[in-house]
Design a protein around this ligand. Structure first.
Ligand SMILES: Cc1cc2nc3c(=O)[nH]c(=O)nc-3n(C[C@H](O)[C@H](O)[C@H](O)COP(=O)(O)O)c2cc1C
Length: 207
């Protein structure tokens, strides 16, 4: 369970001025390295009592403003985001000894953006989106199967529309930290924080 990381580092000076551009470079590296689900990220939210919870989702958009994922708007995570919008993302590209942590606020994407992504999902996923009331309690698996049968019948022979309870969240970052594993636990950390309207401040942090 102990790895020594012999990778090359990341220098504050080499890192791009824009953390989102730097992120895209690292995502390209993760894809090129053939890592499993390189776009998987942990989304952490907090409820009204301040209780945190985390789960993986898939990054499905990287517009200029930030990071987009899709989910059920009536799920627990969406309830948290509707309540306070506070969110953290973690990408773990362990095969490259890299991690990226993002902090920011989440807002719902425009309906047209969700429609566009919905339209490229498989029909099976679309039916699943109707069948599952994400985060609610099921009596058993059969109940879910019955719900799937019902929506399959309901939308037989016609396109499956996007449910009103399904769509995207855009995470607008105010901090982005890049972590690169190095030898002897003396890892590199480069952290960006928003400064001013469209600028970023960058600093190296102690590992
Ligand atoms: C690799 C991976 C990718 C996932 N991608 C998504 C996703 O894109 N959207 C989603 O709603 N759930 C996704 N899930 C399921 C979530 O982790 C979670 O179980 C679900 O969204 C319900 O979370 P909640 O009850 O905390 O809201 C994924 C799970 C894994 C392990």
């Amino acid at each position: 369970m102990r790895l020594e990381y012999e990778t090359t580092g990341i220098d504050v000076a080499d890192a791009h001025d824009d953390p989102l551009v730097q992120f895209d470079r690292w995502m390209d590296d993760a894809v090129a390295a053939d890592l499993i689900e390189p776009n998987a990220m942990v989304v952490s939210t907090v409820d009204a009592a301040g209780r945190p919870s985390s789960r993986h989702v898939l990054l499905k958009g990287r517009p200029a403003e930030g990071f987009v994922f899709y989910t059920n708007y009536e799920s627990d995570k969406s309830a948290d985001l509707d309540g306070n919008g506070l969110v953290a993302l973690t990408f773990a590209w362990l095969g490259l000894h890299r991690q990226v942590n993002v902090g920011g606020r989440a807002i719902r994407v425009d309906d047209e953006v969700s429609d566009a992504y919905w339209s490229v999902r498989t029909r099976g996923s679309q039916l699943g989106g109707w069948a599952s009331a994400q985060s609610s309690t099921l009596t058993d698996r059969a109940e879910l199967d019955e719900r799937l049968s019902a929506v399959t019948e309901r939308f037989a022979d016609r396109p499956v529309p996007r449910p009103p309870h399904w769509g995207g969240w855009l995470v607008v970052p105010d901090t982005v930290e890049f972590w690169q594993g190095r030898l002897n636990r003396l890892h590199d950390r480069v952290r960006y924080a928003r400064s001013g309207d469209d600028g970023w401040r960058r600093e190296r942090r102690s590992p």
